[in-house]
Design a protein. Structure first.
Length: 81
């Protein structure tokens, strides 16, 4: 049986200058917006190590934005029910 899931994906890139240090992703299930997963991965370990505090702050900002959008989707979903 084929199951198709619609998702909305957020992607954030933390850069130092022009160099990408870390990438953040959040995926929200459109049919069930309460379900969200986060992934992150370091692209340049040297840049990341020397800028961990700033990149950590950017990761928190990214997560806040993803949660805000998730809340919006949940509100819209409840209004349609």
């Amino acid at each position: 049986m084929l199951e198709i899931i619609k998702e909305t994906k957020f992607k954030g890139t933390s850069k130092v200058g022009e160099v990408t240090a870390k990438i953040f992703e959040a995926t929200i299930n459109t049919a069930s917006p309460e379900t969200m997963t986060f992934n992150h991965y370091v692209v340049n370990y040297e840049i990341y190590k020397s800028n961990r505090a700033a990149i950590g702050a950017e990761q928190l900002a990214f997560e806040d934005a993803a949660y805000a959008f998730q809340d919006q989707l949940i509100t819209e979903s409840e209004a349609q029910a």
